[in-house]
Design a protein around this ligand. Sequence first.
Ligand code: NDP
Length: 322
Amino acid sequence: MRAIQILETGGPDVLRFNEVADPIAKDGELLIRVEAAGVNFIDTYFREGRYPAALPYTLGQEAAGVVEALGSGVSGFAVGDRVAWCGVPGTYATLAVAPAARAIKIPDGVTTQQACAALLQGMTAHYLLHATFPVLAGETILIHAGAGGTGLLAIQLAKRLGAKVITTVSTDDKAALARGAGADEVVMYTREDLVERVKEITNGEGLPVVYDSVGKSTFESSLKCLKPRGMLVLFGGASGPVPPFDLIRLSTMGSLYVTRPTLKDYVATRADLESRAGDIFGLVAEGGLDVRVGHTYRLEDAAQAHRELEGRHTTGKLLLLP
Ligand code: NDP
């Protein structure tokens, strides 16, 4: 099979398009022909070594495709089923194995590409808004990077919950997309003072929650946008990791909370995984969640996908189509 691997960590140039041995489905696993592999920011963290991995390492941890073979002891799946999964490394490839316990059957009414595009980022938006800081109708909230893959889904889910959504973007085209997803206020954080704009919008009160995936460049202003006892949900670092932080500042800034959640802990049980994926796929099937596949690439062009994602040139979801 063909796969995108790294033999060393670094920039996009370290990605190699290699011929490697076909994987074999072991106990409890599915062998799946990959039809679409999701490109997520976390893949760049593994590529650059921010998150450690044993090398050589096949990048990617989200895909959808068709089951080709079942390992022993697998029940509930059959050869030919369309499935999607995430959180399992090795998906930038033509074939991949995944534990059956992590796979979700793709329901009718959801295409294989939609399933791949919605699973990881959709479940992320879902747990952030329903579990990390459950949003209530009428609350005003801030979701950063509103034209990104996760951002566009999070805005739509937050609007369904009845929130007033402020978002940030870097260009006019991205602003239009975020508004199309339902954002009430769009702040050009590259040109405007975010904290001032949030003060204006909230009549000086501040926000109960900020969902921040940008990290290094927004962390300080996100804290300043909160009202006393507000929560900063730091869920990514697209601009870089946040430097060490003196906890006493949470006290002096108004008894604030900061959490750094990650998807795997919110889909750790089969019940949680099925419930979040079921909600997301259900919404996609009924037309209640628009999944924007902004960019598709051949598998061998994964490095280009990384460059564009990190260069802030993308909107919505990026898919590799092996
Ligand atoms: P996006 O499609 O949102 O792309 C990242 C966006 O971040 C860019 O388009 C850009 O939007 C914005 N950005 C701001 N500053 C920078 C910068 N210096 N460099 C690059 N981008 C910047 O990516 P994803 O939806 O894949 O991921 C978004 C974030 O969510 C990532 O940080 C990721 O790690 C995190 N994440 C966390 C999960 C979790 O469970 N903790 C799960 C899934 C994703 P603009 O140009 O408008 O500023």
